[in-house]
Design a protein around this ligand. Structure first.
Ligand SMILES: [Zn+2]
Length: 590
């Protein structure tokens, strides 16, 4: 996309309004806004948006950039796509589509073709579910209580028992790259490196489309109709494609997100069938992880809609393990988590069908705090009757306690655990403190790695990021270009040099920072002043850099002089003395 267009969109877009569509921002003074970071989970806002300079920065996780970077990260799209998306949000008419490289244009075309083939495949499977061959699939669905309405709503379909039917039908509409890239077809390697003929990946299976947050079909999961070995795995998923990354999607988020915001919590179940039953029973804020444990990407996705989760995984061992892992991840990211265990060892799907919606809602109301659930798990796994078992139960709980961000909640958890496991609570608190101390020292050693920038360096950094044409920017660039000695010994030398070398406006100054510590520091520096910089300040900063360079040299000279005197090296002493006298004079006059 033409850079000029991106620049013009950026000038017209209000970063605060655009970011405000994704997360809640509050004014924190002047042109600064604060909110909870969408890229890492936190309870106190460390995500900053600067309206004047049009950038964001998170002091928690170090993410930063301009409005395009933000949209790119949030939507997981390319730069040109982000520019288009922001332009659309601002009502700016789009130019004819242009890409910065042929590869980018190619990738974008492929993605939209892949979207199209998935939609077509979904329609095809839906149609096949009505065919005579699919009689058994329909019986199975009816047997599981899946109504015609649910079939329509979730677009459940059937992949026929044929290697070629679907391929033959799609071959005329899509070219080979799209067919192969879609993951809907498989092929065997010919042995000579060439891919063999394609055949349908899903056969004799009930298909469930996986949709992205916008509701577009991006992949499928398909359940085998037969249980024998020949049928392959019970559930078969699409492979990863340019549209679909495993663990990055939450099943049903497109339909559930509104209800999640409305009820202010999400119900998390394991399987798609659970999700469908519960949703059709009228509990519409339900999501499925579609795998076992929750992933970090899923937590982040969910965190954009709510911070409260009720977890209702299967009661088997795998379910309990998945629940524990998911709880740990959610707690660490600052979510409030409750856990439901259904009586009778039922999974959500069967519970809803056998006991009815009202009973399920009652069970949800009875959800326990995650700490109570975990203590109960610990007591079941290691009945605390011997000291040895108590230690094991404690070791099971400690990691969970440590990950609770709030100290009050942590202490409460510890007190409960101590009481229910009959452990000395002072001892338990001590264990926790040690763990917490280890964590804090971690953080401290990180922040001490931050480079030390002088006030003069900070001022020049600010000046160099001013808009093109600002006299202070021009002056700073000129000084640094004409007098490279100014960089000598500076902590911010490489960053200043990179800024000074930029002919155009620097759209993302953070991209030039070498590490996270410098990025944080740079954000602090840039946030400080939206007020203009006087030429005199630039001159003073340069003068101060010269001065400190001379002072540094003076210290070096003193050291070298002392050494030369010790060695009785008269010639060197003389040379150094001459330099020192000149230097002392410069320093007095400067
Ligand atoms: Zn962050």
């Amino acid at each position: 996309m033409a850079d000029g267009f991106a620049q013009s969109v950026k000038q017209q877009a209000d970063i605060v309004r655009i970011i405000g569509e994704y997360i809640r921002l509050n004014r924190s003074g002047g042109q600064s806004f604060k909110g909870l970071c969408p890229f890492h989970k936190e309870k106190t806002p460390s995500f900053n948006v600067q309206a004047a300079q049009q950038f964001f920065h998170c002091f928690g996780c170090g993410q930063s950039g301009d409005v395009f970077t933000f949209v790119q990260k949030m939507e997981n799209i390319s730069f040109p796509e982000a520019v288009r998306s922001v332009a659309q949000k601002c009502g700016i008419p789009l130019p004819k589509r242009e890409f910065s490289s042929p590869e980018e244009a190619q990738a974008s075309r492929l993605r939209s073709k892949l979207m199209e083939i998935h939609e077509q495949a979904c329609l095809y499977f839906e149609e096949q579910l009505q065919s005579p061959e699919a009689a058994r699939a329909r019986e199975y669905l009816t047997g599981r209580g899946v109504t015609a309405e649910a079939i329509r709503e979730f677009r459940i379909g059937y992949a026929p028992d044929s290697y070629s039917t679907m391929r033959d039908r799609f071959q005329s509409a899509f070219d080979e790259e799209v067919l192969r890239g879609s993951g809907l077809f498989s092929s065997r390697d010919q042995g000579d490196g060439a891919a063999g003929p394609m055949y349908a990946r899903f056969r004799k299976r009930i298909t469930f489309p996986i949709r992205n947050e916008a509701g577009r079909v991006i992949a499928f999961t398909a359940r085998a109709l037969d249980n024998d070995e020949k049928a392959g795995p019970k559930y078969l998923n699409s492979p990863e494609t340019p549209l679909y990354t495993k663990g990055h999607v939450l099943f049903n988020l497109d339909k559930a997100k509104q209800a999640i915001r409305q009820f202010e919590f999400a119900l998390l179940v394991e399987g798609q069938m659970d999700c469908i039953s519960v949703y059709m029973a009228g509990i519409t804020n339900v999501l499925a992880t579609s795998g076992t444990a929750f992933t970090e990407a899923q937590v982040r996705l969910l965190g954009r809609h709510t911070r409260q989760v009720v977890v209702n995984f299967d009661p088997d061992t795998a379910g309990a393990n998945a629940a524990e892992k998911s709880i740990a991840l959610l707690i660490e990211e600052g979510f409030s988590v409750k856990v439901v265990t259904l009586e009778g060892g039922l999974d959500p799907d069967r519970y809803v069908r056998e006991r009815g919606t009202q009973a399920y809602i009652a069970a949800l109301r009875g959800a326990r705090r995650h700490s109570d659930y975990l203590i109960e798990r610990a007591r079941t796994l290691f009945p605390p009757v011997t000291p040895d078992a108590k230690v094991k139960a404690l070791n099971f709980l400690l990691p969970h306690m440590q990950h609770i961000p709030s100290r009050i909640a942590r202490d409460e958890f510890a007190a409960d655990a101590a009481q229910k496991l009959a452990i000395d609570s002072a001892l338990l608190r001590q264990e926790l403190k040690q763990a917490a101390f280890a964590r804090r020292t971690d953080v401290r050693s990180q922040s001490s790695a931050a480079p030390g920038w002088s006030e003069a360096e900070k001022l020049l950094l600010r000046a160099l990021t001013l808009p093109i044409g600002d006299p202070a920017r021009d002056a700073a660039r000129q000084r640094l270009t004409e007098e490279p000695a100014l960089y000598e010994g500076l902590a911010a030398a490489s960053l200043l040099a990179a800024f000074a070398a930029a002919e155009e406006a620097i759209s993302n100054p953070f991209a030039l920072a070498p590490d996270e510590a410098s990025r944080h520091l740079l954000a602090t520096v840039l946030m400080k002043g939206s007020q203009e910089i006087q030429l005199e300040q630039v001159e003073n900063a340069c003068q101060s850099l010269r001065h400190s360079r001379l002072e540094r040299r003076q210290r070096e000279l003193r050291r070298s002089l002392a050494e030369a005197e010790l060695r009785n090296d008269a010639i060197t002493v003389q040379e150094l003395m001459a330099e020192k006298i000149a230097l002392d004079r410069d320093l007095r006059e400067g």
